[in-house]
Write a protein that binds this ligand. Structure first.
Ligand SMILES: *Cc1c(COP(=O)(O)O)cnc(C)c1O
Length: 454
């Protein structure tokens, strides 16, 4: 490609991306049916026989694709647990895409490997995890849970004299998995992927906030893995770390923490008590694309024992050149991968320790403000708002469902539904740097209007 053409193409991409973000606030938070249909129609074409000019390809994406996106990068998207992307991390991501590094090891990209070492060191620092723990940047908390539980599976079977990577699970000693009744669906998925049996887990009853009840743990015998949750996807509640860890220690069990968003409480002095005691675990999974507000996809696994992690995931191949440094390919399920570390490093560098704590605390303050206003207006907030999550009911199930549908179609903001303690409810997750007080006020107004219309 002609250098001038390339320059104008990439400048156009930056311009269109910037304009998209600038105009996000003016449009609906969820695309209309007609925008989706328009894109579907435009895409309904066979693979072209001949090339298309790259500038035309980009224009198509923006003209038909941009209007069909969900404004989750903006300040009024509260579905699932969805972070926006900090400007520094978007910029870093764009540059790193231009670099197009293969990040499987030090040899394939020494530069990114150095960013990765630093990003992981900073993450352990701000999340107050053991300095000697090994980390891995993966696609999300699902794969972070996978990575951690692969290390756990290795370690608990190694103690029984069984090499699971070599021999598989055929004839292996049985592993007992202990999870809470409110375990995240992806932890069960991962348990299935690792051959540990979703249907074999021992589920511990939970209290009204969804926390495991430490006095109702099962009898266990032999190799055991306990999965603790830091941050329930509905209520934001934390399983009680200290009694769970001490129960596990007495039984020689591996303790894994699914802290996809809740682990970030540890970055704030004010919120850290919620997550106290989790540092004593053996492994921790979290997301960066949620509360650290970096672009998708980015999750992080930490394992206290670097040996357990590399025993579970290291690879060999004559052509996969090794260095005497950390090679990501030995501690992640992936081989070739993008430079996630660059986005993470840029987010942490731009925020600093105080900016990170402030962002997490701000979202929690916003959740308390909104919850209070909803209660004042006569709605039932069903959870203790300890973190960034609100679960709200608008009356009976039918009314709640209708109010959620009305709110979603208003385009003013987007919140999803859930079933909490056997009742239909709406979830509000405050996880974005981009949410302002004005966004909250507009959201409150929209929620109250959607409820009144029922
Ligand atoms: C979001 C979430 C996950 C899964 O994370 P992905 O990034 O979607 O893979 C797992 N556990 C909890 C508690 C979550 O909130």
């Amino acid at each position: 490609m002609d250098p001038d053409k390339r320059r104008s193409l990439l400048a156009d991409a930056a311009e269109r991306g910037t304009r998209y973000l600038e105009e996000l606030d003016a449009g609906p938070v969820y695309p209309g049916r007609s925008e989706i249909a328009r894109l579907e129609q435009a895409l309904d074409a066979p693979l072209p026989d001949d090339p298309t000019d790259a500038s035309e390809v980009l224009a198509f994406l923006d003209e038909f694709g941009s209007p069909a996106t969900v404004a989750s990068a903006g300040g009024r998207y509260f579905g699932f647990v969805t972070g926006g992307a900090l400007p520094a991390s978007v910029a870093a991501n764009w540059l790193a895409t231009a670099w197009d590094q293969s990040c499987f090891g030090f040899v394939s990209s020494p530069g990114v490997a150095l960013f990765e070492e630093t990003a992981l060191r900073w993450l352990k620092d701000c999340l107050q995890l053991p300095r000697g723990a090994e980390g891995a940047l993966v696609t999300g908390a699902t794969m972070a849970n996978f990575t951690c539980l692969a290390a756990a599976r290795h370690a608990v079977l190694e103690r029984e004299g069984w090499d699971v990577e070599d021999r598989g699970l055929f004839g292996a000693p049985e592993i007992t998995l202990v999870v809470g009744e409110e375990v995240h669906a992806t932890v069960l998925k991962v348990i299935g992927m690792l051959g540990l049996g979703k249907g074999r887990v021992k589920r511990v009853p939970v209290d009204r906030q969804g926390r495991m009840q430490a006095d109702r743990l099962p009898e266990v015998d032999g190799p055991t893995i306990v999965c603790i949750q830091a941050g329930n996807v509905n209520s934001g509640a934390f399983d009680p770390a200290e009694p769970l860890v001490s129960w596990a220690r007495q039984r020689g069990a591996w303790v894994h923490v699914d802290g996809a968003f809740g682990l970030w409480a540890r970055a704030s002095r004010e919120l850290a008590p919620l997550a106290e005691g989790l540092e004593a675990a053996d492994s921790w999974a979290t997301d960066a694309h949620k509360w650290l507000n970096v672009p998708y996809d980015c999750g992080i696994a930490f394992v206290r024992s670097p040996m357990a992690l590399s025993a579970a995931l290291s690879t060999s191949g004559a052509y996969l050149l090794r260095s005497d440094r950390r090679d990501a390919i030995d501690v992640t399920p992936e081989s070739s991968r993008r430079a996630r570390a660059v986005d993470v490093w840029a987010a942490l560098k731009s925020l600093g320790r105080s900016g990170l704590a402030e962002m997490i605390e701000r979202n929690c303050r916003q959740a308390r403000w909104l919850a209070d206003k909803l209660v004042e207006a006569g709605n039932e907030v069903m959870n203790d708002v300890v973190l960034n999550q609100i679960v709200v009911s608008f009356g009976d199930d039918e009314r709640t469902k209708k109010a959620i549908a009305a709110l979603q179609s208003s385009g003013e903001c987007w919140c999803g539904g859930t079933n909490w303690q056997g009742r239909e409810a709406m979830r509000i997750s405050l996880s974005s740097w981009a949410t302002s007080q004005a966004d909250l006020e507009r959201t409150l107004k929209a929620i109250l209007a959607a409820r009144l219309a029922q």
